[in-house]
Write a protein that binds this ligand. Structure first.
Ligand SMILES: Cc1ncc(COP(=O)(O)O)c(C=O)c1O
Length: 408
């Protein structure tokens, strides 16, 4: 009998990616990548060299320098940064350094969820967060949002509906500061309202702040975690968007009882030590100036992609200017199915995220798509969006004619 792997893997696992990675297509607007040209190479090389000189021989031992919670000087820097940027007051004991914030998401799910439990998410949310919930057989329900974030009355409605069918929501997953995929920032009033609802319904909140370093204004509202006096809010952040995703360094911040549970759940024998030690060497002198430069570049790319959308799609493409980050959420007329558009675009060498994968209810994302602009060059942004408009015109007659400055 020929060997068939699918008869051996755990039931319910999704099919694996189609093929091994063969490089990026010419116009790559997915993946949440950073801008290679903005990496502060001399400073990172110097930091990595100092890290190896100081601690290199300790890499021979599991966890010797990082412990289960992460490299202490990195956590000490995070305590100060959290205080100044998010206004969270915590100690090194409240922080676990994780392998990207992806691992923070996994730890929260592992600690809080049983199969069948429900998580409330924002109507548009991080695609992989939903995939991971699906993988552990948890359910999720989306709540409608507007430009200020999750709508409190809609959240109440969803919670009442869950209660009516005997299901209890375990936690609310929110990306309040530079939301993925909308790029909005939740207002302070909504942050208070969210915590108030969580308290009344005895829910936890998981605040994912992985894009929060990248606001155009250089300011941000205090984290929801700062309003929490009970240990109800768990917070995570990442260096993927502010420095480089391949470092795989993120962090989870919570009160000690949750941290203790998460440490039990973290069974990877420690996150990469060299990355943590290198960051601890790099951050104190260079983080602020690097983030200021990076954000200025992303803002220029964000302006460029909005110009390209105006030029190539005209009024067919609706979007709200993002308030920071590396992506834009675009909605096309009802005649365009963006899943089909994504397929046709892929054949033309253009990768986009169809809206369906970035919303809790696939129907609500049918005419939208997400474009990441952190990695592509200015030229790729301009040409790629123009080519995407050509493909869209051929497939759906939108925009009305192909070529620049069409209005439909
Ligand atoms: C909202 C959100 N959270 C978490 C992550 C995971 O990022 P990382 O594991 O690289 O920190 C991403 C990545 O794109 C994201 O968009």
């Amino acid at each position: 009998m020929p060997f068939d792997l699918s008869t051996h893997v755990r039931s319910g696992l999704r099919p694996p990616a189609a093929a091994p990675f063969k490089g990026f297509p010419p116009y790559y607007f997915i993946g949440g990548n950073n801008a290679g040209e903005a990496l502060p190479m001399p400073e990172l090389i110097a930091a990595a060299t100092r890290a190896l000189e100081k601690e290199g021989r300790n890499l021979a031992t599991y966890n010797l320098k990082t412990g289960a919670q992460g490299y202490r000087p990195l956590r000490e820097w995070l305590v100060e940064r959290l205080k100044s940027w998010t206004q969270i007051e915590c100690s090194v004991d409240n922080i676990i350094v994780t392998s990207g914030s992806t691992q923070a998401l996994e730890l929260v799910q592992k600690v809080l969820l049983d199969p069948g439990d429900v998580v409330v998410v924002e109507g548009g949310t991080y695609g992989s967060a939903m995939t991971r919930l699906h993988d552990i057989e948890a359910d999720y329900v989306g709540v409608a949002m507007d430009d200020d974030g999750i709508i409190p009355a809609e959240l109440e409605k969803v919670l009442a509906e869950l209660k009516a069918v005997g299901k209890r929501c375990k936690y609310i997953y929110t990306i309040p500061t530079v939301q993925n995929p909308t790029g909005t920032i939740m207002s302070m009033e909504r942050r208070h309202a969210l915590l108030d609802i969580a308290q009344r319904h005895d829910l936890m909140i998981f605040e994912d702040d992985c894009y929060a370093d990248l606001t155009w204004s250089g300011t941000r509202p205090p984290a929801i975690k700062t309003l929490d006096t009970e240990g109800r809010v768990i917070y995570c952040g990442s260096f993927s968007k502010s420095i480089a995703p391949a470092l795989r360094v993120g962090y989870l911040v919570a009160d000690w009882p949750f941290i203790a549970q998460a440490l039990t759940a973290k069974t990877d024998a420690g996150s990469g030590a060299l990355e943590q030690i290198t960051l601890a060497e790099f951050l104190p002198a260079h983080f602020d100036s690097h983030v200021a430069k990076l954000t200025a570049l992303f803002k220029q790319k964000c302006d460029a992609i909005q110009d390209a959308l105006h030029e190539s799609f005209g009024t067919s493409a609706e979007f709200r200017p993002p308030e920071g980050g590396i992506f834009i959420w675009v909605t096309l007329p009802d005649t365009v199915d963006t899943s089909k558009l994504a397929q046709a675009a892929a054949a033309a060498g253009i990768s986009i995220n169809p809206g369906r994968d970035w919303v809790a209810d696939p129907e609500t994302g049918k005419h939208s798509f997400r474009l990441c602009f952190g990695q592509p060059s200015f030229e790729q942004i301009k040409d790629g969006v123009a080519k995407l408009a050509e493909v869209c015109h051929e497939e759906f007659g939108v925009p009305l004619t192909s070529g620049n400055v069409q209005r439909s």
